[in-house]
Write a protein that binds this ligand. Structure first.
Ligand code: NAP
Length: 252
């Protein structure tokens, strides 16, 4: 049974792998056996992730890419194909967070979040699905904020992440039966990262105490384990789902 969770011989693209959860996905999926192609805008930080992946003994290609550009997304998938000849898994992790009160949010601020979190997820999924073979897996990183609120004004972020759930469902419907590509979504709760560092002092602790059944933030490896499951043949009969990894936040 444990063999089903292995990713040996698979090529995985992780976007937003220059910090936070993307670094954990890249390293963890490499530990499960995959070769990695990592993308983000900060090339210097991607090099640090590349070194971490290569330290596991796996191969890694780092490609500077802005996911809000469909051309960059095509170029990232093409670079993976030219380096490794295949793309088996996409972890659509790149994302930006904002907390702007709705009456003050400018069209440009709102559009920027949608451009990266929703549109970027779609451009990457399209670019990869065009080259993926049957048996491949796309994992979109949503958020519990696609399902609920958490005390901050996050209209743009919540809308983008709710959109990711709809996108996941529809792409699964279009691609799983016809092309053999499973499409699922992970909805993280609270995990420490550069994104959460920007929260006001005490917010994370307060929210965790009030809303998370387990009373603590998640360890990135607890999220990575779910990604290994969805990336691997262990989840071969699962498509179109949004899986919360949130310590019970969504049941409070
Ligand atoms: P983070 O540390 O801020 O990482 C975000 C990553 O996305 C960075 O690597 C950043 O790289 C990349 N990125 C941002 N804009 C991009 C663009 N236009 N093109 C390519 N890459 C871009 O935050 P994180 O917490 O790890 O977030 C990772 C994902 O998890 C996001 O989708 C986020 O919404 C989701 N999430 C996080 C939490 C949490 O508690 N941490 C909870 C729910 C969901 P560059 O700046 O180098 O481009």
């Amino acid at each position: 049974m444990l063999e089903r969770f292995r990713l040996d011989g698979k090529v995985v693209i992780v976007t937003g792998a220059s910090s936070g959860l993307g670094v954990a996905f890249a390293r963890g999926l490499a530990e499960a056996g995959a070769d990695l192609v990592i993308g983000a805008r900060r090339a210097d930080r991607l090099e640090e992730t590349r070194a971490l992946v290569e330290a596991t003994g796996r191969r890694c290609l780092a490609v500077r890419a802005d996911v809000s550009s469909s051309d960059d997304c095509e170029a990232l998938a093409a670079a993976a194909m030219s380096a490794f000849g295949r793309v088996d898994v996409l972890v659509n992790n790149a994302g930006v967070g904002t907390a702007v009160p709705a009456l003050r949010e400018t069209p440009e601020e709102f559009r920027q979040v949608i451009e990266v979190n929703l549109n970027g997820t779609y451009w990457m999924a399209q670019a990869c699905a065009r080259v993926m073979r049957p048996g491949s897996s796309i994992i979109n990183i949503g958020s519990v904020l696609g399902e609920t609120t958490a005390g901050l004004p996050q209209a743009a972020y919540s809308a983008s992440k709710a959109g990711v759930v709809g996108l996941t469902r529809d792409l699964a419907q279009q691609w799983t039966g016809r092309r053999g590509i499973r499409v699922n979504c992970l909805e993280p709760g609270f995990f420490a990262s550069e994104m959460t560092e920007s929260y006001a002092e005490g917010y994370l602790e307060r929210m965790t105490a009030q809303r998370v059944v387990m009373g603590r933030a998640g360890d990135p490896d607890e999220l990575v384990a779910a990604a290994v499951f969805l990336a691997s043949d262990a989840s071969s009969y699962i498509t179109g789902v949004a899986l919360p990894v949130d310590g019970g936040l969504l049941i409070t």
